[in-house]
Design a protein around this ligand. Structure first.
Ligand code: FES
Ligand code: FES
Length: 171
């Protein structure tokens, strides 16, 4: 009974927006944003690689910025807007970034891909027409050990162009 009371006390109320939906839940204090996303919320698109901020597999977008979810406490998401790879496209259509990765053969095993897609999303929101060196910098924290970066950079360049076209079309 005493431990039950402790369990209730040891929960942290968290409210944030995830992929456009309001979330309100009680979490264990001290869990990482990555544990929250993958284990508590069961969104497995965000990958766990190194767990220490080195590989970028866990990249998500928080308030428009690409961050390593393994390095954040879940409690730090309170009041923030979070986008994971599950929220990138529409239910019935891939996001132009995802489409460009397919067309440019920028995916092999796919483990790094959600993280790179999210870094790209953050880049293109801030800079719709990135130069090559800006693309390289934006994905410098995302390690890929099988595709090769030429195809990935080509895909990001093509995605940027497609996003600009879509934006102009919708004006
Ligand atoms: S799992 Fe977060 S950077 Fe590697
Ligand atoms: S596609 Fe395999 S690690 Fe990047």
């Amino acid at each position: 009974m005493v431990s039950g009371v402790r369990m209730i006390k040891n929960r942290y109320p968290l409210r944030f927006t995830l992929n456009g939906e309001e979330k309100s839940l009680d979490i264990k204090p001290g869990i990482s944003a990555l544990e929250l996303i993958r284990d508590t919320l069961d969104l497995k698109g965000t990958k766990e690689g190194c767990g220490i901020g080195e590989c970028g597999a866990c990249t998500v977008v928080v308030d428009g910025k690409a961050v390593n979810a393994c390095l954040m406490f879940a409690a730090q998401l309170d009041g923030r807007d979070v986008l994971t790879v599950e929220g990138l496209g529409e239910d019935d259509a891939l996001h132009p970034i995802q489409q460009a990765f397919i067309e440019h053969h920028a995916v092999q095993c796919g483990f790094c891909t959600p993280g790179i897609l999210m870094s790209t999303r953050a880049l293109l929101e801030e800079n719709p027409q990135p130069k090559r060196d800006e693309i390289v910098k934006a994905i410098s924290g995302n390690l890929c050990r099988c595709t090769g970066y030429q195809n990935i950079i080509g895909a990001i360049d093509a995605a940027a162009e497609r996003c600009r076209e879509n934006k102009n079309r919708n004006k």
